[in-house]
Design a protein around this ligand. Structure first.
Ligand code: EPZ
Length: 454
């Protein structure tokens, strides 16, 4: 077992039970350069896709984060050998796939949602899949009804058991017409990972088209799949007999890029994010500029800094190519320092403003409206779960003791503490390592003033 896997698994063990805390002394602008690796929301799915092949796959730019540790543990439980061949490079060998002990899967899965994506590949490889009950998380209930309906459409039989969900496919899996009620990223990945080896053609309507989805489609095509992406969120998948291993470099993590950019904006800093690319960040860059930020696009990354004084903005989270829901929490801190009233309309998750309580404690002026607002530029029909936060600035932030509630909320607390006057003690920071590789080292390299007990 190699360092990447063990580190990530150790970090994984810390998730949720962590007493890890960091003491930050705020007021110092972040200055310097950090490097990104591959996207958490692609690398983990690419690792699952390796299960579909009959030969090994090589994945490059795999981030050293705990979600990778969780997927590595699950793949090994199903007999896949996972080897780190170089820093951030994994060789995934699925030639000896076998049934796993459920207790092992249950223990590994923990609070991760990735296990749900093992369904299609396991049904194809083993004729059965057993998935532990996936809890929701702080940002929302996160139901899996779209996933189950899609798998049933392929011919899978879904049984709820006391252990979790047992799926079988006595008559194999056949191509189907699937029309998603909402362009869900996870459900789209579920359909892709199932349809590629299903008999016949699958037509997927109202599909998610996030860059991570496109990168997963590129990987599946490298493996031998036949997938065509049509306009209007329609994807056709022609099932094939078998797939072989891939060789792929994961797409960069645009959520991490947007997070460090938001940190540069709030702290009046100047941060070069190595590996960030413009194409996948267009909508973020527009809002970043409107909020008073400036950026320079380079071959090897993007420089983010403050262009002028911070300005209020109106942001509506949406499916791609809209403003990503994972970008709003880190950006909110800069908006608390802008001259005027900003509005953040959350349309993807029903509880993604829970993190604002601690910011209000630190001196921010934020009011959360539970009913959301009338639509601005909406790509999907309005849903009852929407909420809106009205942020009035500038208000001085002061240090406080806060506890990390979720991944992106955790990163926004780092930014708030770096922006605030005085000291902040942030506990449960282990959660941040679920999606931000080496964030402590990166903070140190950007000149942040802190003590870390972990
Ligand atoms: C992925 O989650 C990402 N996670 C999320 O990033 C991201 O916020 C989200 O896509 C949207 O872009 C990973 O890739 C691991 P969805 P996913 O299915 O696939 C509802 C982060 O911080 N829904 O597109 O779970 C759901 O409740 C994370 O990195 C159903 O109702 O998102 C939500 O309201 C957070 N039934 C909406 O759709 C279903 O069966 C979007 O969910 C599935 C989803």
């Amino acid at each position: 077992m190699n360092s990447l896997v063990t580190d990530a698994q150790k970090a994984g063990k810390r998730v949720g039970m962590s007493a890890d805390s960091i003491l930050i002394r705020g007021g110092k602008p972040l200055q310097g350069r950090i490097e990104l690796r591959g996207a958490k929301n692609l690398a983990t799915k690419a690792m699952v896709a390796a299960l579909l092949a009959d030969t090994p796959s090589a994945l490059k730019d795999v981030p050293n984060i705990s979600d990778v540790g969780v997927v590595t543990g699950m793949l090994e439980a199903y007999g896949v050998s996972v080897t780190e061949t170089a820093p951030g490079e994994l060789l995934l060998d699925p030639t000896n796939v076998e049934k796993a002990h459920f207790a092992q899967i249950d223990a590994l899965a923990g609070s991760s949602r990735i296990p749900i994506l093992f369904c299609g590949p396991l049904l194809h490889r083993l004729g059965e899949a057993l998935i532990p009950d996936l809890g929701g998380c702080r940002i929302g209930d996160r139901p899996i009804d779209f996933h189950m309906d899609a798998l049933r459409a392929f011919g899978a039989i879904v049984d709820k058991s006391y252990e979790g969900i047992r799926l079988t496919a006595p008559n194999g899996l056949k191509g189907a017409l699937i029309d998603l009620p909402y362009p869900s990223v996870g459900a789209t990945e579920q359909v892709l990972l199932t349809a590629v080896l299903a008999e016949g053609v699958t037509e997927l309507k109202n599909a998610a088209i996030e860059p991570e989805i496109m990168d997963l489609i590129a990987i599946l095509q490298k493996m031998g799949a036949i997938i065509s992406v049509e306009p209007n969120r329609v994807i056709f998948i022609e099932g094939v007999e078998k797939l072989h291993g891939y060789n792929h470099r994961a797409l960069f993590d645009r959520n991490e890029a947007a997070s460090w950019a938001s940190a540069a904006l709030a702290t009046h800093g100047d941060v070069f994010v190595g590996g960030a690319k413009q194409q996948e960040l267009m909508t973020f860059l527009n809002i970043f500029r409107k909020a008073g930020g400036a950026f320079d696009i380079h071959e090897d990354g993007i420089r983010f800094y403050r262009g002028e004084k911070l300005k209020p903005v109106v942001v509506e989270t949406d499916v791609h190519p809209g403003f990503m829901t994972d970008w709003q929490q880190p950006l909110v801190i800069a908006l608390t320092q802008a001259e005027g009233v900003s509005v953040v309309h959350e349309t993807v998750y029903e509880n993604r403003f829970g993190f604002t309580d601690a910011l209000i404690e630190m001196g921010a002026d934020i009011v959360v409206h539970k009913d959301g607002l009338e639509s601005i530029t909406r790509r999907v029909p309005r849903r009852p779960l929407e909420q809106a936060a009205v942020i009035t600035g500038p208000t001085k932030l002061h240090g406080a003791d806060v506890r990390v509630p979720d991944l992106r909320g955790g990163f926004s607390y780092l930014i708030a503490a770096l922006t605030a006057e005085g000291e902040s003690n942030i506990s449960n920071v282990g959660i941040i390592s679920r999606g931000y590789e080496h964030f402590i080292d990166k903070l140190r390299s950007l000149g942040a003033d802190f003590d870390y007990a972990g």
